[in-house]
Write a protein that binds this ligand. Sequence first.
Ligand SMILES: NC(=O)c1ccc[n+]([C@@H]2O[C@H](COP(=O)([O-])OP(=O)(O)OC[C@H]3O[C@@H](n4cnc5c(N)ncnc54)[C@H](O)[C@@H]3O)[C@@H](O)[C@H]2O)c1
Length: 361
Amino acid sequence: MQMAEQAPMCILVCGGAGYIGSHTCVALAEQGHRVVIADNFTNSSPRVLLRLQRIMGTPVECVRVDLRNRTAVARLFARHRFHAVMHFAAMKAVGESCAKPLEYFDNNIGGTINLLQAMQEASVERLVFSSSATVYGDPERVPVAEHSRLDAMNPYGRTKLIMEQLIGDLCRACSSFRAANLRYFNPVGAHPSGLIGEDPTGVPNNLMPYICQVAAGRRSKLSIFGGDYPTPDGTGIRDYIHVVDLARAHVDALEYVMRSDANLTVNLGTGRGVSVLELVHAFERASGCHIPYEIVARRPGDAAQVYADPSLANRLLGWRARFDIDEMCRDAWHWQSLNPDGYERGSPEVAGPGQHQSART
Ligand SMILES: NC(=O)c1ccc[n+]([C@@H]2O[C@H](COP(=O)([O-])OP(=O)(O)OC[C@H]3O[C@@H](n4cnc5c(N)ncnc54)[C@H](O)[C@@H]3O)[C@@H](O)[C@H]2O)c1
C-alpha cells in the first residue's frame, strides 16, 4: 500500500540505544523524524550515540533513564512534546528470564506500565511496541499467522504477552489510543555502514552473534542444539530477518497508527524458514571463514520450526522484507569485522562537529 508522506514528528524511542532501536532511529531520521532516545544502558553502550551521529549527520538526543523510575519518565514527557513512542526497552534473554523471572516482570512490565501512564498523562496516544514471535511458543503449524494460538513458554515470552494484553486493554479503555504490536521473528544483520550492530554482553544468546564470534576467533566452535528435529537437515528452522528491514517496518507501523482508526498486531519475518546449518553455510560463504560446529542435545523448550506468515504486514503496511540470508550474513560479518569487540573497541568513533546531548533525569 502506498501511503502519503508523513510530516516530520518527534518520536520517543525507549531502548533506542539497543540493537533494533538504534537501527530504527536511523530509519526514522531517514524519513525526517526527530528522535529522542531514552535508555538506561543496561544492555547497550552510550558509544552507539556517536555512531548514530555519524550515520545521521546530526547529534542524537538521549536521556539516560530507567523506565521503572516513574518520576523520571514523567519528567521526560514534561520536557518534550512527543508525537509518538516506540518501545524497545526490555530484557530479552530467555534463559536468564527463567533464572530471574521477577526481574523480568519488574523490568519489562513495570517499565511498560510507567511508560503507558506517562503517555496517558501527557496525551501522547500513539505507540509502536516490540513484541516477539516467542508469544506463539511451539506453534501447531507453520507458517505462523497472527491468529495462531498464543502460548508463551518462558517468563520472557509471558512478559511480552502480558505487555501486548496491557496495551490492548488500554486501547479498549481509551478509544483515541492507537498501538502497533510488532511480533519480530529472528532479527540479524547490521547497518550496511558497519557502524551499528548487535553487541551482546557475555555469551551471546542468539545464533548469529555466536557464529560471528566463532568466525572472529573469540569462540572456538558453535554448539548446535539438536540435530534430530523433523526438518530436512535435522537442525531447527527459524525465520531470520535483516534488522534494516525490521527498522523500516517500524516507520511503516508508525505511519499506520498515526493515520488509521485501527490498532495493529503483525508478524515481521521473511516467511522463509532457514535451518541452523543453512545459516552456518550462508555465513561461511559471506565471510570466507570456516565455522567449526558440533551438534549437541536439544535445548528444552526449543521448537523444531518457527517461521512467519508475514502477509498481514504486507497487506496492511505495504511492507515486505527485502534482504535475503546472504545479505544478512554479509552485513553481520561486516559489523563484526569492523568491531571485533563490539562498541568497546571498534572503528574510529565519529568525525565531524557536535556532540550528542546526553541529559540525565
Ligand atoms: N533481538 C531479538 O532477537 C528480538 C526478538 C524479538 C523481540 N525482541 C524485542 O525487541 C526489543 C529490542 O530488542 P534488542 O535486540 O534491540 O534488545 P537490546 O537489549 O539490544 O535493546 C534493548 C534496550 O533497552 C534498554 N533497556 C532495558 N530495560 C530498560 C529500562 N527499564 N529502562 C530503560 N532502558 C531499558 C537496554 O539498555 C537496551 O539498550 C526488546 O523489547 C526485545 O524483547 C528482540
